[in-house]
Write a protein of this length. Sequence first.
Length: 172
Amino acid sequence: MPAGKHQLADKLIRQKFNLERSPAWPKVEKTFEAAHPKCVVCGATRQLNVHHKFPFHYVVLCGRPDLELDLRNLMTLCVQQDNEHHVLLGHLGDYESYNPQVVECAKAYSGKSSRQIRADAAWQQAHAAKPKHFDDMTAAERVAFRKKLDRKFKPAPAVVAKAVKARAKLNP
């Protein structure tokens, strides 16, 4: 997804859920991209996006806003027109969803173009079975998602404190 489309999708999420990114996000994003300056799939060094393995709106709305800023939940993917690994692998072609196997997919599709990935039967299956949009999840599914986050990412006290402090600036 080219950068302009990514910004529009971000705006849609913001409006739909009345949710702002943490004021600490731009610094975390810049620091992460400096440390990880290549798309993990194709090695591109331009038109990059710092991708949340579990989308920021899911984690914030499930009560884990620290994961918006947690480096363990980030990876670098490109948004180049010919590859668009961010939306294709990070979101399985649907910006409002996500790919729970994004790390494994990044390795499996290393060096492949968008066309090659879309033609792959395994990607097509993953795309068809992608997770529900957050607003389509039941209360029980949201609880299960939160438990999954808690198992995968034990809260890091320093990141939690940073997230709480930053989010307090949004709601003084």
